[in-house]
Design a protein around this ligand. Structure first.
Ligand SMILES: [Zn+2]
Length: 256
């Protein structure tokens, strides 16, 4: 019985020490991974905006071509009607042609006005594209810097992280699922990510609540898992914690 509990405590303490070392590595990376992701999102947004404005410009350019071709058609018509006016039989026919010419001139004026409007809109949109391109360049530069920084830290800590990840998963396999779930849950809820703590001068090493003398005796006996009544962390006595820490040093894993 006692042996089983001690083994359980040993596995959990070992896992905590290994995970704390992993936490240390992740703290080194800080908010960089998040910043990189935010920048990637921003970049995608700006690229989408740029593509949208570009397609609007293309649509307007198409509209201008359409209007220009309309103008040519009506100019052709005017030429045709003016020639026909030379061969009319009466003034009614002449007037009818005149009406057609007037209509064609109005159409040409309208199209010319529209073309000017489209050209103005294109100019505005091109300015917007330019602004967006500047923003894209800024974000891209920023992203490259952050990625380089992150890459550097990852490179520096990669071997150690891999070693620790392997050790962490090995240590996990020695702990029953239910206990492991409890461990992870406590870790998630704690700012310092500690679910297993050593006693520190008769107090909980996590929240510093004083531990009753009876509990201190039981901790040394290792006959049951004892959680801090104040913070819920699993408690182990100092000697035991140091012992496991030393074991980990022998495994050539960095210790806390
Ligand atoms: Zn506590």
């Amino acid at each position: 019985m006692e042996h089983a509990i001690a083994a359980k405590l040993r596995a959990l303490t070992r896992l905590q020490i290994i995970d704390s070392n992993l936490d240390k590595i992740h703290r080194l990376r800080g908010s960089l991974p998040e910043e990189v992701n935010d920048l990637l999102d921003d970049l995608e947004g700006f690229e989408t905006r740029k593509a949208r404005i570009q397609s609007e410009v293309e649509k307007l350019q198409g509209d201008i071509l359409q209007r220009k071709s309309n103008i040519e058609t009506f100019q052709g018509n005017i030429k045709k009607y003016t020639e026909q006016q030379n061969n009319v039989k009466n003034s009614r026919e002449f007037d009818a042609l005149n009406k057609e010419i007037e209509y064609s001139n109005l159409e040409i004026l309208t199209s010319e006005k529209k073309i000017r409007q489209y050209q103005d809109q294109i100019k505005q949109k091109k300015d917007l594209i330019e602004e967006t391109e500047i923003k894209i360049a800024e974000k891209r530069h920023n992203l490259e810097e952050k990625q380089k920084e992150l890459e550097h830290i990852i490179q520096e800590t990669k071997t150690e992280e891999e070693k620790l990840l392997k050790a962490s998963s090995e240590a996990s396999t020695q702990i029953e699922e239910r206990v492991l779930k409890g461990y992870r849950k406590i870790r998630e809820n704690m700012r310092n990510r500690l679910a297993v703590v050593s006693i520190d001068r008769e107090a909980c090493g996590g929240c510093f609540a004083v531990i009753p003398p009876q509990t201190l005796i039981e901790l040394k006996q290792r006959i049951r898992l004892i959680h801090c009544e104040n913070c819920g962390r699993l408690l182990v006595d100092e000697t035991f914690f140091e012992e496991v820490n030393a074991e980990i040093t022998e495994m050539h894993l960095t210790t806390i």
